[in-house]
Ligand binder design. Structure first.
Ligand SMILES: *Cc1c(COP(=O)(O)O)cnc(C)c1O
Length: 234
C-alpha cells in the first residue's frame, strides 16, 4: 500500500510535469487536497507531507474535522450549498468554490464574521450544460459576477467547473479552455472587475489535472490520487 506522502509526491510531480509542458512557472498551480469522507488523521498526514489547503464537500463533516485540527490549514468548501445552510461555510472556510447563485453569495457576505478576512469566492459554472449538474450557465455569468464583485466581505476570485468525465485529453482540454475563455471575457467586459480581475481557475481533478493545467488551471482539486479511493458516496 502506498502512503499518503508517496501519493502526494507523485501528484506534485504530475503537476510540475504539466506546468513545465505548458511553459508555466512552477508555482502557478495550488494543489488542493480534497479530504471529503477521510478522517482528520489523513489530513494530518497530508499536512506533515507539506500540504496546507484542504477541500471539503459536506458542512457537518467539515465542521468536525476543522474543530479537531489545530494545524494552520486553509479550508476550501467545494460542495453543494443550500441557501439555508451557508453560515458554517461563511464562518469556518477561507474559500467557497461552489457559489452558483446570487442569493448564496449574499448570505455568505452577510454571515462572514467581520474579524475574518474576506471570503474568497469562485462561481461554479455548468460548463457542459448538464441538466443534472449544479452551476451557472455561461449566459448567466456576467450578471451574477457583477453583483457578487460588489458584495462586502467577499472577494470574487474566479470560476470553478466540474466537466463531464471524459477519457480523451482533447475533449478534456476543450471543456477547460471554455472555462478559461469565460474568465477572460468577464475580465475584459465587466467594469466591476477592473480593479480586481479574476485570477483563479479551479479546475482539474485526479483524472484530468494535466489537461486542466495545460489550459490554465490555478487550483487543481485532487482527492482519490492523494487519499485513495473513497467509500461509496452518500
Ligand atoms: C470529490 C471532488 C474532487 C476530487 O475528485 P477526485 O477524482 O477524487 O480527485 C474535486 N472536486 C470536487 C468538487 C469534488 O467533489
Amino acid at each position: 500500500m502506498t502512503s499518503i506522502a508517496d501519493n502526494i509526491s507523485a501528484v506534485q510531480q504530475r503537476v510540475q510535469d504539466a506546468l513545465r509542458a505548458a511553459g508555466r512557472s512552477a508555482d502557478a498551480v495550488q494543489l488542493l487536497a480534497v479530504s471529503k469522507t477521510k478522517p482528520a488523521e489523513a489530513i494530518r498526514s497530508a499536512y506533515s507531507a507539506g500540504l496546507t489547503a484542504f477541500g471539503e464537500n459536506y458542512l457537518q463533516e467539515a465542521e468536525a474535522k476543522i474543530a479537531a485540527l489545530s494545524e494552520p490549514l486553509e479550508w476550501h468548501f467545494i460542495g453543494p450549498l443550500q441557501s439555508n445552510k451557508t453560515r458554517p461555510a461563511a464562518e469556518l472556510f477561507d474559500w467557497v468554490h461552489s457559489v452558483d447563485r446570487l442569493k448564496i453569495a449574499q448570505r455568505l457576505a452577510a454571515q462572514r464574521p467581520p474579524q475574518r478576512p474576506p471570503l474568497n469566492i469562485c462561481l461554479q459554472v455548468n460548463i457542459d450544460r448538464e441538466p443534472s449538474k449544479a452551476g451557472l450557465l455561461a449566459e448567466q455569468l456576467s450578471e451574477v459576477a457583477s453583483a457578487v464583485a460588489e458584495l462586502p466581505a467577499l472577494r470574487l476570485r474566479g470560476l470553478m467547473a466540474i466537466p463531464k468525465a471524459r477519457t480523451d485529453s482533447a475533449g478534456q482540454r476543450a471543456a477547460f479552455a471554455a472555462l478559461r475563455e469565460l474568465r477572460d471575457q468577464l475580465n475584459a467586459s465587466l467594469p466591476a472587475l477592473q480593479a480586481n480581475p479574476l485570477d483563479t481557475l479551479s479546475m482539474g481533478m485526479s483524472a484530468d489535472l494535466e489537461a486542466a493545467i495545460a489550459e490554465g488551471a490555478t487550483i487543481v482539486r485532487v482527492g482519490s490520487d492523494i487519499f485513495g479511493a473513497r467509500a461509496p458516496l452518500r
